[in-house]
Write a new protein. Structure first.
Length: 143
């Protein structure tokens, strides 16, 4: 799987300008520039950065990314759609603190179903799917 500079920066927890600087120095393993954009391959879910010759040791290699996307269905929106005759998206995806809603979602990879009635999510969901950060989610929004 390959990502762009913005996604690589999020995975390494550094700014996009630093990623561009590392690319310019040739320190990101396997990175290639396409027509206009960089294509950065992932190794174990993260870009691999070659060690520099000067300065402090990089701290992004010490961190283990546990970014998980949580997917659940918003039952309140389902009821609201039925009551008001609307068609608002009801599939809730939370990833890295960003919440999005979709009508349809395709999961390309493994996921885990979690049921915790004693410890629900902050949104109130007691049943949800957990998907690792390297799994591709393809969303379809219908109006």
């Amino acid at each position: 799987m390959k990502v762009g500079t913005k996604e690589a920066a999020e995975l390494l927890r550094i700014c996009t300008q630093r990623v561009r600087q590392l690319l310019k120095e040739g320190r990101i393993k396997g990175a290639e520039k396409g027509d206009r954009f960089w294509e950065i391959p992932l190794f174990d879910g993260k870009p691999e950065v070659k060690e520099g010759r000067r300065g402090p040791k990089p701290n992004w290699k010490k961190r283990v990314s546990k970014a998980i996307s949580r997917i659940c269905v918003n039952q309140h929106l389902i009821r609201s759609n039925s009551k008001h005759g609307t068609n608002k998206p009801v599939i809730r995806v939370e990833s890295r603190g960003i919440i999005r809603y979709f009508h349809s979602l395709e999961i390309n990879g493994s996921c885990k179903v979690v049921y915790r009635p004693d410890k629900p999510l902050s949104c109130g969901a007691k049943l949800w799917l957990e998907v690792a950060s390297d799994v591709m989610l393809t969303a379809f929004v219908y109006s």
